[in-house]
Design a protein around this ligand. Structure first.
Ligand code: MTE
Length: 323
């Protein structure tokens, strides 16, 4: 996302531990243990914690059956591209945050469900996964910055989580928030951003068939840089609505002010539905660059998903539905 208020921030290389560096360190540690050197290293708790995190306990759930109702005419974006060209401001404002995001600890991971529900709850991600029927869907993903990709997400419909949460009849919105931990997400030290990253949907949007909670991609658990262990996919909206690494769902009767809306409501609004005819104040939305093929292609209204969602908006007047 481009934002005018500050220059981008770069993660110092010294703070990044790449997977290969990590694995290297791991084999060095093993070697040290074998040679009886480990006692001289002092406290190894940090490293043990890091090693415990390497095996994702949900890995054996994938691949999951594909739901053929959700296919896309374009080519799938190669995994190498969609997992290395990311927006995740918690780890930096460049696209190249994939290595920095490996610092995120995704177990234990507790999801809080609160607000206007029959009974508030906290549930571990693996318990949540065991309650849900996982499926794969091919979805288009269109960023407000006018690039796009096609991803095989795995996960479950958000409406199944809504059912589990049992909201009371007064709930009108569902607010979703990303974890907050400055120790692993250095971007959250940047005080001018309104952390935690917060997004919201109306209940009608949240319970639409298309609205998906992602737990996997490319037949594996979703990568950390793409929002492990739980992220949203609302493919008819600009990508900034797809909040990553969610640890809280709050049902409310008040429309939330979302992360980008707080920063610049003229450019990034609550609704953010894709529309080629409504330009961003600083660039055209008529076309988009497919980051897999490099082709520039026409943008479609609701990103091609009008049959699913156009009805939601037909009686909403006086709202900026397309930014
Ligand atoms: N969620 C969090 N927590 N932090 C972010 O910076 N960026 C958003 C969205 N979700 C973002 C986020 C934006 S601007 C986009 S385009 C998508 O994530 C990018 O998702 P991707 O990296 O999987 O393509």
């Amino acid at each position: 996302m481009l934002i005018k208020i500050r220059k981008g921030w770069e993660l110092p290389e010294s703070m990044v531990l790449s997977e290969s560096a990590f694995l290297n360190r791991r084999s060095i540690l093993k070697g040290m243990a074998g040679a009886g050197l480990i006692a001289s290293v002092g406290s190894m708790a940090t490293f043990r914690h890091a090693l415990a995190d390497t095996k994702d306990p949900s890995a054996n759930l994938y691949p999951v059956p594909r739901n053929d109702k959700y296919t896309v005419k374009r080519d799938l974006t190669p995994e190498k591209i969609s997992t290395t060209y990311n927006n995740f401001y918690e780890f930096g404002s460049q696209k190249t945050i994939s290595e920095a995001a490996q610092a995120l600890k995704i177990r234990p991971w507790t999801v809080k469900i609160d607000g206007m529900v029959e009974k508030e709850m906290e549930i571990g991600i693996d318990d949540l996964l065991s309650k849900m029927q996982l499926e794969e869907r091919l979805y288009r993903h269109r960023c407000v910055e006018a690039w796009s990709m096609v991803v095989p997400w795995s996960g479950f419909p958000l409406k199944d989580l809504v059912k589990l949460a049992a909201p009371t009849s007064g709930a009108k919105y569902l607010v979703m928030q990303t974890f907050e931990d400055k120790a692993v997400a250095p971007g959250q030290k940047q005080f001018w951003y309104p952390w935690p990253y917060t997004e919201g949907l109306t209940m009608e949007e949240a319970t639409n068939d298309l609205t998906f909670l992602v737990t996997g991609m490319y037949g594996k658990p979703v990568s950390k840089q793409n929002g492990a262990p739980l992220r949203l996919a609302t493919p008819w909206k600009y990508g900034f609505k797809s909040v990553k690494s969610i640890d809280r769902f709050t049902f409310t009767d008040k429309r939330p002010e979302t992360f980008w809306e707080k920063l610049n409501s003229d450019e990034y609004g609550f609704w953010a539905n894709v529309n080629p005819e409504v330009d961003h104040p600083r660039w055209s939305q008529a076309t988009e660059r497919d980051i897999g093929t490099g082709d520039r292609v026409p943008t479609e209204i609701y990103n091609g998903y009008g049959d699913y969602v156009a009805n939601i908006y037909k009686n909403i007047k006086g709202e900026a539905l397309y930014r």
